[in-house]
Every structure is written in C-alpha cells, then in structure tokens.
Design a protein around this ligand. Structure first.
Ligand code: NAP
Length: 249
C-alpha cells in the first residue's frame, strides 16, 4: 500500500516543508492551495525532485464543496488516502478582542475551525476504509502554541480557534482508534513563514523569536519533522497527543 498524504495548505510555509519532507520518503503528496498557484506548482516540483509523487489541488478549505472535491480528486489520482494533514489556517492583524469585527472573527473561525473540522470529517469517513494498516492511517491536525498562551492583545480569536483543534484531536482520536486510525496534533510556536506578513506584521517572527527560550524563531522544516513522524509507522502507538514545536515557549 503506497503512502498517500493530503496536505491542506500545502503550497507554502509549514505545509510546503511537510510536502517536501514527505517527498524524501517517496510518498504520494496532494498539495492543496487556495490562491497561490505558482507556489503550489513550485512545491509540486520540489516534492518530485525530493523523490516523491505530487499533484496540486486548488480548493478553499473553508468551503464544504471544495473540501469534498479536493479529497475526491486526490483519491482519483492516487487511490485511497492513508494520511491527512489538516494544516490550512490564517491569523489576522494584532488587536485586543474589544476592537475585533465580526467579519474578522468569522474568517478566522470559518477556516481554522469549521474548515478544519470538515477536513477532519472527510478524513474520518475515508481513512477507516483505506487498505493501509493502523500504523499507516493517520491524521495530523496543526494547532498552535496560541491555544495554550491565549495570545492577549494579538489574536485571542485565533488562539481560541486552535483550542478547538486541540479538543478535536482528543475526541477524534478516541472515535477513530478502534477503527485503526491515529489522530495527533502539532503545536508550532513562532515559525518563520508568510503567515506573519499576511497578518500585517512581517517582522513578528524575528522580533518575538528573541523571547523564546531557545532564543530564535523556528523553521517550517522543524515543524515538518514532527508532522511526518506522526504520519509515519514509527509513531504507530502514538494517538490522541499534541507535540509542541515551540523552542520551549
Ligand atoms: P502560511 O505560510 O501563511 O501558508 C498558509 C498555507 O495555507 C498556504 O499554502 C495557503 O494557500 C493555505 N491556505 C490559507 N487559507 C486557505 C484556505 N482557505 N483553503 C486552502 N488553503 C488555504 O502559513 P503557515 O505559517 O505555514 O501556517 C500553517 C499552519 O500552521 C496554520 O494552521 C497556522 O495557524 C499554523 N501555525 C503557524 C505558526 C507560525 O508561526 N507560522 C505558528 C503556529 C501555528 P495559498 O498559498 O494558496 O495562499
């Protein structure tokens, strides 16, 4: 049975690094993206250069119809999915809750919570039917250290959205364990990706990296290592847990 991994938000940042690391293992990788086709195509080439197979899959992971289409397209190309990384997510500009609009909070919760739950639901429907073994069938949910820290005066909405992911990891692991599917989470800390620029604060990782116990921001590749390990049979007895990749923060 080949290892068939779908990564939501696989075109850039942590998803991209995970896709390339999966490629070094010779896995088949589905690279979902929402708008940056060039980045997705570039990541596809990098996965193939690393030794894997890859396809790009456009779709908004906050829209149910897009999610179903992306999962179907992946399985049409590669066959049954053995692993899903629920990674697509957004932050928003820093401000206290008192200043946040409904529109901003809806966007964060639509993608980070509802979209992630719908992606996890699709994985929950499909992975138990996969011919892979329980060591191979795995879901990894990308949370954030924000879920523990609360992110006051930055984005308590985002922090709460990731708290929901931590809770989903616990509950879904108990639902799917008896069906031979492992469910785990990864909580990145401050990682050098475009997400900070997208939220209007491109210097955030460099600035806040200094207050991390290890004294620096993390690299996307360092988070990818934890995700790929959780996807792999090496983590065959690990389920219902969340790994912090935060430099000690
Ligand atoms: P990033 O560099 O901004 O990349 C975001 C990725 O998600 C891109 O591939 C983007 O696609 C995709 N995406 C965004 N919205 C989407 C949607 N509605 N549907 C499908 N794809 C969508 O982000 P990142 O830093 O790698 O973050 C990845 C995950 O790690 C997120 O869940 C984030 O909350 C979490 N995280 C990040 C950090 C950090 O410091 N970087 C810390 C803790 C947790 P396009 O290329 O098409 O835009």
């Amino acid at each position: 049975m080949p290892t068939n991994i779908l990564i939501t938000g696989g075109s850039r940042g942590i998803g991209r690094a995970t896709a390339i690391l999966a490629g070094t293992r010779g896995w088949n990788v589905g690279i979902n993206y929402v708008q940056d086709k060039n980045a997705a195509t570039e990541t596809e080439a990098a996965v193939k250069a690393a030794g894997g197979e890859a396809i790009t899959l456009q779709g908004d992971m906050a829209q149910e119809a897009d999610i179903l289409r992306v999962f179907d397209s992946f399985e049409t190309t590669f066959g049954p999915i053995t692993g899903v990384v629920v990674n697509a997510g957004v932050t928003a500009p820093s401000m206290p809750l008192a200043d946040m609009t409904l529109e901003r909070m809806k966007k964060v919760f639509d993608i980070n919570v509802l979209g992630a739950y719908l992606c996890a639901r699709e994985a929950a429907r499909r992975l138990p039917k996969s011919p892979g073994t329980e060591k191979e069938r795995s879901i990894v949910l990308v949370s954030s250290a924000a879920a523990r820290l609360g992110s006051p005066n930055e984005f308590v909405d985002y922090a709460g959205s990731k708290g929901a992911i931590d809770t989903l990891t616990i509950g879904l692991s108990k639902e799917l364990g008896p069906k031979g599917v492992r469910v785990n989470g990864v909580r990145p800390g401050i990682i050098k990706t475009d997400i900070h620029l997208s939220a209007g604060d491109p210097e955030r990782a460099e600035r806040l990296g200094k207050i991390v116990p290890l004294g620096r921001a993390g690299e996307a590749e360092e988070v990818a290592e934890a995700i790929v390990w959780l996807l792999s049979p090496a983590a065959g007895y690990v389920t219902g847990t969340t790994i912090d990749v935060t430099g000690g923060r």
